[in-house]
Design a binder for this molecule. Structure first.
Ligand code: CMC
Length: 389
């Protein structure tokens, strides 16, 4: 119609109202339900933030306790789902494994997927939060060819996840508290980011009244791409290539500016943040702390810092308001923790899960929700006569 305007990439169009996350991109402000990300990162836990995002208020001590306990009771995967991993190749990218397994997870609960029943939405929420880390760890173990461990419900959420990834059947696993605290902080920083590509995907799929497992499986696929969550893996690849080639950081930045083969400085730039990404600031603080505490020295961190300094002093990046984003330093930390690069975006997905759930539920509970259905501006041929043959 004459009223349809073109907004490629949805730069100016709000698809929904939302009360979950506030971002002021010019001022570098991020708040979950009104609380500053800096306060949240310093004081909270992954599951407490998940509750906050989903329910809108901080949980009481009793509510949090019950929430954690319920999630602990749902960590086991159906044995048939454990075998699902056998059908996939060891070379499978863990993000593909993750989205496939989450889609498959829904098949085990088909009798409890009524999107209009609050109790069923609640139990699906619990199952997703409890089982996604287990699925993620199995994707990791699968790639390594190692046996899957069963969850250890005597451990906290994050410690259990670490054990599932780094423990083995032969030895007891001792949790390193430095690692555990750092991972919890990184997960918190990823928990929500309003209408990014993956969350918008979850909402769009959910707007068709598809169940929450299918919606979130779609969100994981959207996160996989290197312009979104896949950037954390791409950053590490980029840093490794710079190191291996011996090319100077200045030379690499020059090639980025010349858009040689369309290369970008991965982990830089953001659709919304045009001053700085407050998450990147917090992650950078963590990088030094974690590497020091783990006694890891990594040249890639030095290259990353040099890249940041060179880019931030360069007109190309200044004019375009390009700053390091959340993905710039996370890979170096995940690597120091012992995760392979292909697991980095999977860690992002675990972090983002509570946000996806909160948005799916907000969308699902809102009577104003309508099926998402963008318009287009048709630019193809006008009507043509079918050729005589
Ligand atoms: N390196 C070099 N140039 C860039 C970069 C970059 N990382 N990002 C944007 N530009 C340039 C781009 O070429 C364009 O220049 P010109 O006007 O000369 O054509 C200008 O800056 C505007 O870029 P855009 O692509 O129109 O910006 P966008 O808002 O559509 O894209 C972005 C945002 C994050 C996709 C983009 O900045 C990017 O590709 N960054 C690298 C990938 C990345 O780090 N993604 C993670 C994002 S944060 C967390 C997450 O969502 O997962």
């Amino acid at each position: 119609t004459g009223l349809t305007t073109l907004d490629q990439g949805f730069v100016n169009t709000a698809a929904t109202q939302s009360a979950i996350t506030y971002i002021d991109g010019d001022a570098g402000i991020l708040r979950y339900r009104g609380y500053a990300i800096e306060d949240i990162a310093a004081n909270s836990t992954y599951l407490e933030v998940a509750w906050l995002l989903i329910h809108g208020e901080l949980p009481t001590a009793v509510e949090l306790d019950r929430f954690e306990e319920t999630i602990r009771r749902h960590t086991l995967l159906h044995e048939d789902l454990r075998r699902f991993f056998d059908a996939l190749p060891h070379s499978a990218h863990p993000m593909s494994v993750l989205s496939s397994a989450v889609g498959a997870l829904g098949t085990f609960y088909e009798d409890s997927l009524d999107v209009h029943d609050p109790e069923q939405v609640e139990i699906s929420t619990i199952r997703l939060l409890a089982k996604l880390p287990v699925i993620a760890a199995y994707a990791h173990k699968k790639a390594l060819g190692q046996a899957f461990l069963y969850p250890d419900n005597s451990l906290s959420f994050v410690d259990n996840f670490l054990k599932l990834n780094f423990g083995n059947m032969a030895e007891p696993y001792v949790v390193n508290p430095v690692l555990s605290k750092a991972l919890e902080r990184l997960l918190i920083l990823h928990e929500d980011h309003e209408q990014n590509a993956s969350t918008s995907t979850v909402r769009l799929v959910g707007s068709t009244e598809a169940n929450i497992f299918s919606s979130i499986s779609a969100g994981i696929n959207a996160l996989y791409g290197p312009l979104h969550g896949g950037a954390n893996e791409a950053v590490l690849k980029m840093l490794g290539e710079i190191k291996a080639s011996g090319e100077s950081v200045e030379k690499f930045v020059e090639r980025v500016k010349n858009k040689e083969e369309g290369i970008r400085l991965m982990g830089f730039g953001h659709r919304v943040y045009k001053n700085f990404d407050p998450r990147a600031k917090l992650v950078k603080e963590s990088a030094d702390e974690v590497l020091d505490a783990l006694g890891v020295q990594d040249d890639l961190l030095d290259i990353a810092k040099e890249l940041e300094a060179v880019a931030l002093a360069d007109d190309y990046f200044i004019e375009r308001k390009l700053y390091p984003n959340v993905d710039f330093y996370t890979g170096v930390i995940y690597k120091a923790m012992g995760f392979p690069p292909r697991m980095f975006t999977v860690l992002f997905a675990i972090g983002r899960l509570p946000g996806w759930i909160a948005h799916w539920r907000e969308m699902n509970a809102d009577p104003a929700t309508r099926i998402g259905r963008p318009q287009q501006l048709y630019v193809g041929p006008t009507e043509r006569a079918w050729p005589r043959r």
